[in-house]
Design a protein around this ligand. Structure first.
Ligand SMILES: Cc1ncc(COP(=O)(O)O)c(C=O)c1O
Length: 374
């Protein structure tokens, strides 16, 4: 089976973890965690980085620290992971879904503006699949209109927009270091900000609200979302290898684009006119023009030993979404098409150019067979 992803773990990653193990720096309060946070803040151009247990808890804490109120609206792309929705709902705010761009599958300022009301308080900008949302203009719009901007950079480590790293836009950014991310710690996440008071509160929030002066006396019911020392050691080393990881993905993504360009029934991400960034192909997504054959195509690839994953299911169609947030879910056609007919194919250092050619051959054959049957 060709896995859809494998973590890229180098010899130096393993040495970094072992060195930390020999030093007994394994807990979430060991100095290695602080070192990882320092590397993160310097690489992503932020004053503060607070590591946490994963990208979902990073989003939860980012929204918790904003102190949003019940009727505050947060604009979020419908085409993204459930963690974005749960963070907004847990913070007690109201999710308002915007669509993504047809070519880049990412959020644009135009799509955000369609959903602005006088109750809009914040925007959750998510960079998807290795491309970037329209970060500079969304950030400017939020600043000009007194809106809070939260940036989810889980899928965009190392991505640069107008000379600035993803992870440095808006008031707070979040990251995931899950095993399929370009910087991985197995499980892990971080929150980045320039705001000192946010950073101090976030450190309390992820550490049960412990304060040094009165340990075991608690003013708040907070969480233990700490990242461990061994994970941090892996993260420090992974950050050093990030550019190499991205280079491999770009080369493979470009090869897929080349192999697929003559197949008009398969759509891939194209940079739209506003998008000056380079695609890092965190995943390589394909969108089938023909409706209703996606699941059969995925099944037939599975039978040939090729693992695939469906795209995100749109947030506005999630069964868990409370009824009162289902109103105003119009103009979300691109998210729906992606959710129904999109999936991603294997990419990463575990596959070769020959594997890629085989995958494309099987993909094209399978689509032809199923289109014919339909
Ligand atoms: C855009 C985005 N945000 C948040 C998350 C959640 O991260 P985690 O899986 O570490 O909880 C993910 C995970 O893949 C993601 O892709």
């Amino acid at each position: 089976m060709i896995r859809v992803f494998e973590p890229r773990l180098t010899f130096s990653d393993k040495v970094s973890v072992l060195n930390t193990l020999f030093k007994n720096n394994i807990s979430g309060t060991s100095p290695t965690v602080g070192e990882f946070e320092k590397s993160l803040s310097s690489q992503f151009n932020r004053n503060y980085a607070i590591t946490v247990s994963n990208g979902s808890t990073a989003l939860d804490l980012a929204f918790e620290v904003l102190n949003l109120e019940k009727d505050d609206e947060v604009i979020v792309p419908s085409f993204t992971i459930i963690s974005c929705l749960s963070a907004i709902l847990r913070a007690g705010a109201k999710p308002v879904f915007c669509d993504v761009d047809e070519q880049s599958w990412n959020m644009t300022l135009e799509k955000v503006k369609e959903k602005i009301t006088n109750k809009t308080k914040a925007v959750l900008m998510v960079h998807l699949y290795g491309l970037a949302a329209e970060a500079t203009s969304i950030e400017k719009y939020c600043n000009d209109n007194n809106l809070i901007l939260v940036e989810d950079s889980a899928e965009a480590h190392g991505q640069i927009v107008d000379g600035r790293p993803c992870g440095s836009f808006g008031h707070i950014s979040t990251m995931s270091f899950y095993a399929n991310k370009h910087v991985t710690t197995g499980e892990g996440g971080a929150i980045l900000t320039n705001d000192k008071s946010f950073s101090e509160e976030l450190k309390l929030m992820r550490n049960l609200g412990f304060v040094a002066s009165k340990r075991f006396v608690h003013e708040n019911l907070y969480w233990n979302y700490r990242l461990g020392g061994l994970q941090s050691a892996l993260g420090i080393s992974q950050l050093k290898n990030l550019n190499k990881t991205i280079d491999i993905k770009i080369k493979q993504g470009d090869l897929y684009q080349e192999l697929l360009k003559k197949h008009n029934d398969i759509l891939t991400t194209q940079l739209s006119k506003w998008n000056s960034v380079q695609n890092h192909y965190w995943v390589f997504g394909v969108l089938l023009k023909a409706p209703k054959i996606r699941d059969s195509v995925m099944k037939s690839l599975q039978s040939k030993g090729i693992e695939t994953r469906p795209f995100f299911w749109p947030l506005h169609l999630q069964p868990v979404l409370p009824k009162n947030f289902k109103e105003n879910t119009t103009n979300l056609d691109v998210s729906e098409k992606l959710g129904k007919d999109g999936f991603y194919i294997p990419i990463g250092s575990h596959i070769s150019a020959k594997d890629q050619k085989n995958i494309v051959r099987e993909l094209v054959d399978s689509i032809k067979r199923h289109e014919y049957q339909e």
